[in-house]
Design a binder for this molecule. Structure first.
Ligand code: FAD
Ligand code: NAD
Length: 485
């Protein structure tokens, strides 16, 4: 007889495992089907995020940041050290240890919440019916009242640079180099290109990033994008915009075996590298997720079609995370997983898709949420803005970490904060203060009247709120101040 559950989740990335745990917390008998296996063939939970995404990339970013600080920034503090060397194998071992600890942590959470983990490939057969194929090929059908699809995404490739997982790699391969490449090419100046390009650049690679678009980070406010580009170029990243990649060839006898041909405003160009990372976006994993007879609606790009509450076109079937529309971010999927679980339990939980924070974990970090000034202008809404530079923060100066700035976008009529962008040390955490403010409908004045600890980096957020009305204390205000009472 087939196993019967209240809920079956397919995929245990951040969207799937969070959905499964929340369902179990709410009293549903829940199973989570996951196909990922460790190199020694043990089931592994956590998906892209824990295994080859957010966590390993941040582990390498943190190691490489410390190394770069030691090599280039300690001197300014009067700390004299030998220039030091990076032990790539030890760095990778630490990264793998962090990944292992967290993936085992998810398995532990499944146990403590009584989520049944099932190893194998899940496939939706129809309402309430899921087929699971184990690695040995054995198939079983399991049944559930509700099915949550959370099969995530995978790296996209482009024909001119086929990934061989040796010299030309995707983001997963770029987390596994066994030595620092002397010359590293990256295709795509998006989030992955900038984060992983920074990792290897800090460790000594000469990094060239080829980006097809003429604009750098189009989601950002233009001024903030220009500022970010300036800082990253100053750090040594050669970021070439408007570079259309035409082809690649490999000659292992050459010192730099991968040659990429591309075209930019100056004409046809070639560049040779030791390794090439292809980071041109990700696509949903929906190919064999459902039997065609089940009738699951999938759009032309492979995203499972869902409504605002992540309900698919089939009764009692939901889809969450990278598999569905919206930014491909772990926290967006987690919130969707919680929403679906709680709505199954009769709650009215929603996700606020207008306030999904985004962060690029370079140093300084680049973080944003809400609307840009341009978006508000296009919507015909008058705004005022408040800027403040980290260079004017006592804490940033004390830490010798003064790159970056904050920009707050405020609706003029109501004084309500509608957007925030931060470039700077700890930008992710500083931005989050404004995400909370925006969730609660706070005005620039509310933040201006809030007391911030001194000296703290968060004072840059306070000063940017003061600057909205020309009251910033620690800079010369360009805006006219209110007359004295
Ligand atoms: P995934 O994490 O992709 O998980 C899907 C799971 O489903 C996988 O385990 C897969 O094996 C499994 N699966 C697929 N099909 C089946 C099937 N048929 N049967 C059983 N199991 C199946 N996001 C951030 O928010 N912050 C970051 O800092 C960040 N850094 C990143 C760095 C890198 C290098 C990469 C590649 C991504 C990064 N992301 C980051 C994006 C983030 O990893 C994804 O948005 C997130 O993992 C998506 O979660 P998910 O649960 O939807 O899918
Ligand atoms: P991305 O969409 O951020 O960037 C891809 C870049 O490649 C774009 O700038 C695009 O214009 C460029 N590009 C596309 N085709 C090209 C071509 N043929 N030649 C040159 N450039 C080309 O995608 P990504 O960096 O691959 O990241 C994938 C997803 O993973 C993103 O959606 C991101 O949200 C997520 N992610 C998030 C984080 C984070 O939150 N810190 C980190 C890594 C990845």
């Amino acid at each position: 007889m087939s196993q019967q559950f209240d809920v079956v989740v397919i995929g245990s990335g951040p969207a799937g495992y969070v959905a499964a745990i929340r369902c179990a917390q709410l009293g549903f008998n829940t199973a989570c089907v996951e196909q990922w296996l460790s190199p020694d063939h043990k089931p592994v939970y956590g998906g892209t995020c824990l295994n080859v995404g957010c966590i390993p990339s941040k582990a390498l970013l943190d190691t490489s940041h410390k190394f770069h600080e030691m090599q280039h920034r300690f001197d300014a503090h009067g700390i004299r050290v030998e220039r030091g060397a990076i032990d790539v194998a030890a760095m990778m071992a630490r990264k793998n240890q962090v990944v292992g600890q967290l993936t085992k942590g998810v398995a532990g959470l499944f146990r403590s919440n009584k989520v049944t983990g099932i190893s194998g490939r899940g496939r939706l057969l129809g309402r309430g019916r899921v087929e699971v194929t184990a690695t040995d090929g054995e198939r079983q059908e399991i049944n559930a009242t509700h099915v949550i699809l959370a099969s995530g995404s995978e790296p996209m490739t482009i024909p001119p640079t086929p990934v061989d997982n040796d010299l030309i790699v995707d983001s997963s391969g770029a987390l596994e180099f066994d030595a620092v490449p002397e010359k590293l090419g990256v295709i795509g100046a998006g989030v992955i290109g900038l984060e992983l390009g920074s990792v290897w650049s800090r460790l000594g690679s000469k990094v060239t990033i080829l980006e097809a678009l003429d604009d750098f980070l189009p989601a950002l406010d233009r001024k903030m994008a220009r500022e970010s580009l300036k800082i990253l170029v100053r750090q040594g990243l050669d970021i070439q915009l408007g570079a259309r990649v035409a082809g690649s060839r490999i000659n292992r006898r050459r010192k730099h075996p991968v040659t990429v041909s591309y075209r930019n405003a100056e004409g046809d160009r070639e560049a040779s590298f030791d390794k090439l990372i292809v980071a041109v976006g990700r696509r949903p994993v929906s190919g064999d997720l459902a039997d065609p007879a089940a009738g699951l609606a999938v759009d032309e790009r492979g995203f499972v079609e869902v409504d605002e509450f992540c309900a698919a076109n089939l009764a009692d079937v939901y889809a969450v995370g990278d598999l569905v529309r919206g930014p491909m971010l772990a926290h967006k999927g987690m919130e969707e997983g919680v929403m679906v679980a709680e709505r199954l339990a009769g709650k009215k939980t929603q996700v606020n898709y207008d306030l999904v924070p985004a962060v690029i974990y370079t140093h300084p970090e680049i973080a944003w949420a809400g609307k840009t000034e341009d978006e508000m202008k296009q919507a015909g809404v008058e705004t005022i803005t408040g800027n403040f530079a980290f260079a004017a923060s006592g804490r940033a100066l004390a830490a010798h970490d003064t790159d970056g700035m904050v920009k707050l976008v405020v609706e003029k009529a109501s004084d309500r904060i509608v957007g925030c962008q931060v470039i700077g040390a700890s930008a992710a955490d500083l931005l989050q203060q404004m995400v909370i403010a925006m969730e609660f409908g706070a005005s620039a004045e509310d933040i201006a009247l809030t007391m911030f600890p001194h000296p703290a980096l968060s004072e840059v957020v306070h000063e940017s709120a003061l600057a909205v009305h020309g009251h910033a204390i620690h800079k010369a205000n360009r805006k006219r101040q209110e007359p004295a009472p």
